[in-house]
Design a protein around this ligand. Structure first.
Ligand code: GLA
Length: 388
């Protein structure tokens, strides 16, 4: 689908030509999983798959929304004064949440608008289609109403929508990566202070491969919230013996010294993952700065193993993808990416071995799981932006 097709759709649906065009990416996380809400580091990048939005402002206070990905939901019509969550409003709740919370920040959205949305992020793949949509709406409102608001505030508003409006207790990684994405760069972000730096992704003769399990992510949100609360319990207990604000304030060495306070094997494993993953992420960033992709890949593998054994968020689908990747010639590293419980894995693979890699991993997955995975080569792209 190209912009011209979207313009035609807009005109057909809203009976008026579209105005400006916007794009907001999805994201992958190279390493640093389930560390963001534990005050640790993450290393994500924006990808060139994402969500397009076309808008025309209106004279009245009506908001009309249509997504080409949810044609069955049809045209949803709202007004700026009624922005409460409504289950039946499906995907438009993310839009309503952004309008509501941006308005609460004294940004005066003084007219309604029509928006057409189209996303090419594989559906439910854990590549952050919801944060992509939140940041799309954030940047549309910022530009169309000339708001003086920076990317960081938009990312925090998106997170608030996710946490308070939608009810998923997620961290800041997705919205931040999507708002701040930069072509061919990863972002090392300290989720405690929100200090960040760009790191050049010099992939040399390799590519990043995204492997979608195509597993339905049922109950994923409740399991995510459960992991988060297990970490909070572990933190509380550790705080009785050492002064820290977040699990990731501890080094692995300190953790080993104080872990006796946790007294619950599950919570201990969860904390061990967060703290060891944080150390891996810092180390991996240094390796990337020196273009040492080989050692970087090994840390990706270790990350997956910890997510499998300690955090227990992989499941057989992601494990098959990672473990099959590890066996293939030319694969530098592979791991699940995002929340887990289905969704996607990523791998760094040398270009010359790519064809065989794709063939073998697809075959292994189909044999073990019974249905196909979808596999794509990813490109690292820019953050949410106006296109015209
Ligand atoms: C989801 C959340 C993020 C982060 C990851 C796990 O993508 O939205 O905030 O916690 O899971 O690293």
């Amino acid at each position: 689908m190209v912009i011209n097709d979207l313009k035609n759709y807009f005109e057909k649906i809203f009976n008026i030509p579209s105005g400006n065009q916007y794009f907001s990416p999805g994201r992958i996380n190279l390493i640093g999983e389930h560390t963001d809400y534990n005050g640790g580091f993450v290393l994500p990048c924006a990808i060139t798959f994402g969500t397009y939005g076309l808008i025309r402002k209106r004279q009245d206070k009506k908001v009309r929304l249509y997504s080409l990905n949810f044609k069955e939901v049809g045209l949803i019509e709202l007004d700026l004064l009624h922005l409460e969550y409504n289950r039946n409003h499906s995907w438009t709740n993310y839009v309503k949440g952004m309008i509501k919370y941006m308005s609460e920040e004294n940004l005066n959205i003084n007219s309604g608008f029509d928006i057409l949305v189209y996303g090419n992020i594989p559906n439910g793949a854990g590549l952050s289609s919801s944060a992509s949509l939140e940041m799309l709406i954030g940047v549309i409102l910022k530009e169309e109403f000339s708001f003086n608001i920076d990317k960081k505030s938009l990312a925090l508003t998106g997170k608030r929508v996710e946490n308070e409006y939608i009810g998923v207790n997620s961290g800041i990684m997705d919205q931040f990566a999507i708002a701040f994405g930069k072509k061919n760069s990863a972002i090392i972000l300290d989720c405690d202070t929100l200090y960040y730096e760009y790191v050049d992704m010099n992939l040399k003769d390799n590519v990043i491969v995204i492997m979608n399990t195509n597993k339905r992510r049922e109950l994923a949100d409740s399991k995510y919230n459960e992991r988060r609360s297990q970490c909070e319990k572990a933190l509380l207990k550790l705080q009785s013996v050492i002064k820290i604000n977040n699990l990731c304030d501890l080094t692995l060495e300190e953790f080993n010294k104080y872990k006796y306070a946790i007294k619950n094997p599950i919570e201990e494993k969860r904390a061990l993952h967060a703290i060891s993953e944080n150390e891996r992420t810092k180390e991996a960033t240094e390796l990337l700065k020196y273009d040492d992709l080989k050692s970087f890949g090994q840390l990706m593998n270790k990350s997956h193993i910890s997510l499998r054994d300690n955090y227990e968020v992989t499941g057989s689908e992601l494990d098959v993808l990672a473990e099959s990747s590890w066996k293939q010639k030319g694969c530098l590293g592979a791991r699940m990416t995002g929340a887990g419980f289905g969704g996607c894995a990523i791998a760094i693979v040398s270009k010359k071995d790519l064809d065989l890699f794709l063939e073998n991993v697809s075959k292994d997955y189909k044999n073990a799981i019974g249905y196909e995975a979808s596999i794509y080569v990813a490109s690292i792209g820019q953050g949410s932006t106006k296109l015209n």
